[in-house]
Design a protein around this ligand. Structure first.
Ligand code: F6R
Length: 610
């Protein structure tokens, strides 16, 4: 959480920092701040709340200069307030720092710095950094930052500037993402590449325990221990239009609408001559194909990514016949999981930065398991933890609520299941062929769901005043129910619960009355008849039903008015279409409630704290 940015060059830093923070705001929006160096010293401006508030209050003569840092915050230590906003500076106001992460031993450091006479103004853990750097400063900012970082425990990505050395910036990382953007006589530092796409597509990803010494002409990377690092720049393939709204009112609806093309990107290279290909899985191919090697697959993820893993579990068991489990990354390492060298962990993370997922993967690797990551951000932290990474190529996702990256995760997982299945045993040709055909046609199937946006909006508008929803599904679409409910909760603040329909009569059915809309997934499947009976149970108790059904299902047509129809598709590809329908529904409910769809309260897109 939190986004950091830094600029050093010839242009006005303020405009570049604000532009970058706008792209980073998805990482947190409790407060924002800037610090810019100029002849008068350090010009710092902060404000509680979103970046827009800071921009409105900034006067034209404030924060003028060519070197500066900026921050957008998701509060951990200390409430969201102007005093707790970054950048933080030391008592003499000559060293300023922006920080993403948590300094775990900050209390201890703060006590000893206070005893030495340093005065703190905030309740944050981060404020110890400028004071500590100040206490180490003996004329060389790089050495002072190194000295300070040797004392701290925890995670950080930081950018540091000082009035003593106004043409220098120092940045460092441990556990939080950091990337350097290379320009012509100018350089940027940021939490991710979206913040610098307007200025450069040449970037260098910084790794843990590395520190970077930056001026206008030069970028020098070394380890904290002092070893120089040579690393080539990478070219970012994303372009600026992908991080702009392009006429849509919100990023979320833009990203929902982009799904035909994001899915095409995810799928196209991976099906060739009727077969699934995954060149990146080559190092694990032999073990994947051999039942005497991997005999258990554990899917891991948080939130939406956990739901994707849940779908993955059904797929791998159905097609590859490998016992599979799914766990929330945040629970995994505390549940004494049984792991052996024959365990394969598949960690799913859009950002590749979720701390719980990184820690879960680390734990699994330490206990002998092999690990694959499915991620959307090339060069993200998770890629360094695993044996193999599958990039989903969904393009940048800015809205806090995941949409296109979820459907790309599902597409990757279905292809992964077929790939492994093919290595293990000849599959029932019919079912693989139809599934592969449907996967290839997913972009056009999704287009058909998207053409119903206005009828889904119509339903959403009518239901937008209800305060509780139940989502019911079974089998592979039980996770779809969980995901539908999560989407509604997070952007519309409506209480919603995903539930396995068959379990309802064991308790939850008591909740049903005419104030409880029930969203029922009743698309064509092995459990269609059972699902129909479960719906009838709701109907008989005056529950208001919104059905998700397959086009042409006459029984549903006759029973329910509020139905969203999906094109006919293989049951195992249906979660993708259902997800799109649920995203649209949640989006329109939230939009009709007048809520901030892209930046829902209390959330941040990359959860980089435990
Ligand atoms: C919900 C959502 C979150 C993320 C979760 C994991 O819409 O976006 O639940 O799925 O925070 O994030 P990643 O996939 O980046 O690890």
């Amino acid at each position: 959480m939190c986004g950091i940015i830094g600029y050093i060059g010839k242009r006005q830093a303020k405009d570049i920092l604000i532009g970058g923070l706008r792209r980073l705001e998805y990482r947190g929006y409790d407060s924002a701040g800037l610090a810019v160096l100029n002849q008068a010293g350090l010009s710092v401006q902060k404000s509680q709340g979103k970046l827009g508030k800071l921009v409105n209050q900034l006067q034209s003569d404030q924060c003028i200069g060519n070197v500066g840092i900026g921050h957008t915050r998701w509060a951990t230590h200390g409430i969201p307030s102007k005093t707790n906003a970054h950048p933080h500076y030391d008592s003499k106001e000559d060293i300023a720092v922006v920080h993403n992460g948590i300094i775990e031993n900050f209390r201890h450091i703060k006590t000893s710095l206070e005893a030495a006479g340093r005065r703190f103004t905030s309740d944050t853990d981060s404020e110890v950094l400028p004071h500590l750097i100040g206490s180490f400063y003996k004329g060389d900012l790089l050495q002072a930052v190194k000295g300070a970082l040797r004392q701290v425990e925890g995670n950080y990505a930081i950018a540091v500037i000082s009035t003593h050395e106004p043409t220098r910036m120092v940045a460092a990382r441990k556990g939080s993402p950091l990337v350097i953007g290379l320009g012509e006589n100018e350089h940027l530092v940021a939490s991710d590449v979206t913040a610098m796409l307007e200025h450069t597509n040449q970037v260098v990803y910084i790794e843990d325990d590395e520190i970077v010494d930056i001026n206008m002409e030069d970028v020098r990377i070394s380890t904290l221990a002092g070893e120089a690092i040579q690393r080539n720049a990478a070219t970012v393939m994303w372009d600026i239009s992908q991080v702009q709204k392009e006429g849509y009112p919100h990023f979320m609806i833009k990203e929902i609408m982009e799904q035909p093309s994001s899915l095409r990107q995810t799928i196209s290279e991976r099906i060739q001559s009727g077969r699934v290909v995954f060149p990146e899985l080559e190092p694990l191919r032999e073990c994947l194909g051999n039942p005497d090697e991997f005999n258990q697959i554990v899917f891991l993820g948080c939130g939406t990514a956990y739901h994707a893993g849940f779908v993955g579990k059904y797929m791998i068991e159905k097609f590859a016949r490998i016992p599979a489990t799914v766990d929330m990354s945040s629970e995994f390492r505390y549940s004494s999981p049984v792991l052996t060298p024959r365990t394969l962990v598949v960690a799913i993370s859009q950002s590749g930065e979720t701390t719980d997922t990184l820690a879960a993967v680390r734990y699994a690797k330490e206990h002998g398991a092999a690990a694959i990551a499915i991620s959307n951000v090339v060069g993200s932290s998770i890629t360094r933890e695993v044996d193999v990474t599958i990039n989903m190529y969904a393009g940048p996702e800015i809205a806090v609520a995941a949409s296109k990256t979820y459907t790309s995760q599902l597409a990757v997982l279905s292809l992964f299941a077929l790939y492994v299945a093919n290595l293990r045993q000849p599959l029932d040709a019919d079912s693989t062929e139809t599934l592969l055909k449907d996967i290839l046609q997913l972009p056009s199937h999704v287009e058909k769901v998207l053409t119903q946006a206005s009828s889904i909006e119509h339903i959403a508008k009518r239901y937008s005043t209800f305060n509780h929803f139940l989502y019911l599904g079974r089998h592979i679409n039980y996770p779809s129910a969980l995901e539908g409910a999560l989407k509604l909760k997070e952007i519309s603040y409506i209480h919603a619960e995903g539930y396995p329909a068959g379990e309802m009569k064991h308790g939850a059915i008591a909740l049903i009355d005419d104030d409880m809309p029930v969203v029922c997934i009743v698309s064509e499947s092995e459990v269609h008849e059972k699902m129909l009976s479960n719906i009838q149970e709701v109907h008989a108790r005056k529950g208001r039903i919104i059905a998700i059904a397959t086009k042409g299902d006459l029984e549903i047509e006759a029973l329910f008015q509020d139905t969203i129809y999906l094109p006919q598709i293989h049951e195992f590809a249906s979660p993708i279409l259902i997800a799109v329908a649920f995203q649209l529904f949640a989006y329109y409910v939230a939009a009709h409630r007048g809520l901030d769809v892209d930046q829902p309260r209390n959330l941040a897109k990359s959860v980089t704290v435990e």
